[in-house]
Design a protein around this ligand. Sequence first.
Ligand SMILES: C[S@@+](CC[C@H](N)C(=O)[O-])C[C@H]1O[C@@H](n2cnc3c(N)ncnc32)[C@H](O)[C@@H]1O
Length: 264
Amino acid sequence: MEDLFGSAAPYYARYRPTYGQAVIEHLARALGADSRVLDLGCGPGTIAIPLAGRVKMVLAMDPAEEMLAEGRRLAADIPNIMWIRGDSTMLRALPPFDHAVMGRSFHWMDRRTVLAELDELLPPGGVVALVGPARLSGEPWQPSAQPWQPVERRVCEDFDLEISAAANCYHATEEHHHDILATSPFSDLECRTFRRRLVWDVEGLVGLQLSYSYSSPAVLGDRLHAFVEALRKALLADSPTGRWEQKLMTDVLVARRRGALPSC
Ligand SMILES: C[S@@+](CC[C@H](N)C(=O)[O-])C[C@H]1O[C@@H](n2cnc3c(N)ncnc32)[C@H](O)[C@@H]1O
């Protein structure tokens, strides 16, 4: 298992925004209170932790031990999450589950194989739910969609950091998740977009940057300090107020087998 996110885990847990209550409510309604849910590529529990109070059980699986450690720390008093080290090639070794949720993680996997295996493992009403950045009316992903991103890109380029296609989530992959699902056993799709506004300061944006796999502390190595200083300086030159507003749009894609009855 490749460890892309290990050194990013503390920054991920602290600086990546939650998906917000409305997203979790929507997921909980789609999955049903009596369900056992696999959160595949769970990270530090961005979905697993808020969802645990709304379902019977969450199997939270991730290949990065550091991510799981953050999750266990944040969920110390939540009894119905089982933290499991593993990846999308190990689904058959899991205890039974009714639904699978993936938050910004499906693009790291062999997507068709995962869906074929989930088709074998999920019961008839089983749902595959994907949570991640919104697809904007079929438009290609805009790298400068957030106000600070041109600055961030410049600094990353100065440090020869490769903003990989996968790190840009599913927008930069050849085939969008929607299209992969539409030709899979889970082709009955329902998509909802949730909007929020967030305000960031410099420390938040620096922490956010270190949470990405392509600019994690492990990738930066002994250039970490210089990178942080350069980013801080460039951000403040861009916005002397030190505040940036983000319009965050999250898609929740709920995929069912055709003809399956909703499970709730
Ligand atoms: C961007 S993070 C998403 C974390 C969390 N689900 C969220 O919504 O914030 C992607 C996660 O996928 C995990 N991952 C990468 N490859 C994976 C694979 N093949 N199977 C399962 N998880 C994987 C990484 O370790 C990382 O924690």
